[in-house]
Design a protein around this ligand. Sequence first.
Ligand SMILES: NC(=O)C1=CN([C@@H]2O[C@H](COP(=O)(O)OP(=O)(O)OC[C@H]3O[C@@H](n4cnc5c(N)ncnc54)[C@H](OP(=O)(O)O)[C@@H]3O)[C@@H](O)[C@H]2O)C=CC1
Ligand SMILES: O=CCCC(=O)O
Length: 377
Amino acid sequence: MRALTKPLTLNNQTWVSSSMSIFVKTSYCQQVSSTAMAAMCSSFFPQLPTRFNGRPIYSFPAKSHFSGSFKAFSSQASNASSQDKLPANVGFLGIGIMGSPMARNLIKSGCDVTVWNRTKSKCDPLISLGAKYKSSPEEVAASCDVTFAMLSDPESAVDVACGKHGAVSGMSSGKGYVDVSTVDGETSKYIGQQIKATGALFLEAPVSGSKKPAEDGQLIFLTAGDKSLYETVAPFLDIMGKSRFYLGDIGNGAAMKLVVNMIMGSMMASFSEGLLLSEKVGLDPSVLVEVISQGAISAPMYSMKGPSMIQSLYPTAFPLKHQQKDMRLALGLAESVSQSTPIAAAANELYKVAKSQGLSDQDFSAVIESLKGKLQQ
Ligand SMILES: NC(=O)C1=CN([C@@H]2O[C@H](COP(=O)(O)OP(=O)(O)OC[C@H]3O[C@@H](n4cnc5c(N)ncnc54)[C@H](OP(=O)(O)O)[C@@H]3O)[C@@H](O)[C@H]2O)C=CC1
Ligand SMILES: O=CCCC(=O)O
């Protein structure tokens, strides 16, 4: 089940996503049978539509007493045929903070998953859950219908896809490669060209959402590339995520992701300044976090990260080195179209300072430390 992103017209009525209503779709990975769900919904809300694109949907008020493992239903969801043609084997390359829970959710949903990671030991928990292991990206790609890759940066994404014993060597017609790493559009296009030269299909699909949404299967996929591969892998995206966007040509998914993370990086830098300023003028920064949470600039990020930042604790969900990489790539994107981005440029400098302070592997909220350093000088 996933959030409706556009109005949906059914039975001559328009249904929109709001705090009042969500739509529910049944799928093979959910824990309540469609019959049971249909019975519940028609019993409580007999006036609501029950089919979309030939598939059953169920709708009920979001604040009702229903709970469980459902996800919001998107107007961008695939049609019935895409879910009828589930590829048999799924590969997953890159078992880091994000790759590990994403692959785990695929395994737990009953998919036949084969994993590889540069540091093999990170695969062990997944192997004990039933995953297969291959000793190179090439072998994973050769043995799987669809292979996902979740790697650090452009360099590692290219290396794992196109390097020696890379995924490209195992690809062929009928297969698909889905790169969910955050990279720039040029890198994505390069990887896409190499994959497509083998006859396989390519989709870029970076994600919005961090460690916890990855664990909860609540990521937001920003996809672009081969539409037929998008349709084919939609069921897998729905296991790992709560919504998905198909944005057209390769590069658009990467660009969307970089713009989102550029905004996020600037927000975190500004929030850091505010926390430190409040403290310096004698205010309680915890109260600042509470005040922000009740107003128009409220964001989950502030409420989640603020309390630990006040204690100078930065448990890693999104490594600072990756946020700085995204700022750098976003600034490159802006440069390519002569768009002025002075706020992001200034924030990027703070992330660079934080990296030089040895904070690369801390959470990106550790950027606040770069400002403490300046204040002490
Ligand atoms: N963490 C987050 O909140 C989010 C991260 N992202 C993006 O997802 C991607 C992965 O992030 P995350 O999981 O947090 O990062 P991690 O640093 O935890 O994982 C990075 C992965 O890339 C692998 N890797 C790095 N360099 C190489 C290389 N040269 N060759 C082969 N493998 C390599 C690592 O292998 P090894 O284990 O051997 O080091 C690891 O599997 C990044 O692009 C990030 O920007 C996107 C959304 C949210
Ligand atoms: O790329 C990382 C994104 C983190 C998030 O969306 O919370």
